[in-house]
Design a binder for this molecule. Structure first.
Ligand SMILES: [Zn+2]
Ligand SMILES: [Zn+2]
Length: 124
């Protein structure tokens, strides 16, 4: 269902800048975060467009359950502090996901994050 010009998905191999591992193409959609350490880089304005020049590191701060039994990783950019969300990929490290979920700091961050989102949503 990718029919909008906003969704020019770029699926490509890359080396993770955070953990240094080689990450191969995902195949079914754009790879938007590292499956090993779950970090991402702030490069998109709209998903997959690579038009953002911030290039800060997106740190996974929480996991959010979304519809249809999918999960979203909640990221905070260490440079501009923007909150981003990406759907988990099939080969994401599940132990890492559980680790983020069970971290009480992330739990509280998740709660304040919703208030934060409300304020910032007009800028997305
Ligand atoms: Zn990584
Ligand atoms: Zn940023």
């Amino acid at each position: 269902m990718i029919d909008s010009a906003k969704f020019t998905m770029i699926d490509e191999d890359f080396t993770c800048l955070v953990c240094g591992r080689e990450v191969s193409k995902l195949g079914y959609t754009a790879r938007d975060h590292c499956p090993y350490c779950l970090h991402s880089i702030h490069v998109d304005i709209n998903p997959g467009d690579r038009l953002c020049d911030c290039h800060g590191i997106l740190k996974p701060i929480g996991i959010e359950k979304s519809r249809k039994d999918t999960y979203k990783i909640v990221f905070e950019c260490d440079k501009c502090k923007m909150i981003k969300k990406n759907i988990t990929a099939v080969d994401d490290d599940f132990d890492k996901i559980l680790e983020i979920m069970s971290n009480p700091i992330n739990y509280w961050a998740g709660l304040t994050f919703f208030l934060y989102i409300e304020k910032r949503s007009i800028f997305w």
